[in-house]
Design a protein around this ligand. Sequence first.
Ligand SMILES: [Zn+2]
Length: 111
Amino acid sequence: MANKKRSPKRSEQLQARKLDSKLVKIGNDKARLFVLSPGGSRLHPMEVGSTAVIEGRAASVPCPQCDGRLAVKDHSVDRQGKVALRRVKLRCVDCASPQSMWFRVAPPRPN
Ligand SMILES: [Zn+2]
């Protein structure tokens, strides 16, 4: 048997590796999208009517890396900008990646 072809096992491994890097890329795109979406950065805080809903909102957002559940680790006031914001630190329960979300408390205006 002089004919050396690529074994099926090896090509399977190559395919798996290709898929892996594809998934990582999707993860990165999602992470970028997360930063640009409301709450994803200090520049784009999510507006909420009251501080009471902040942690619930933050925990309802899926992990931008793996769609897993984010658990609230810390909730603090962020005074680096002109307006005081609320910063919630989160950690994914599945992939353990740390995330942060920013909120601006804007009580509903009377009509
Ligand atoms: Zn995750």
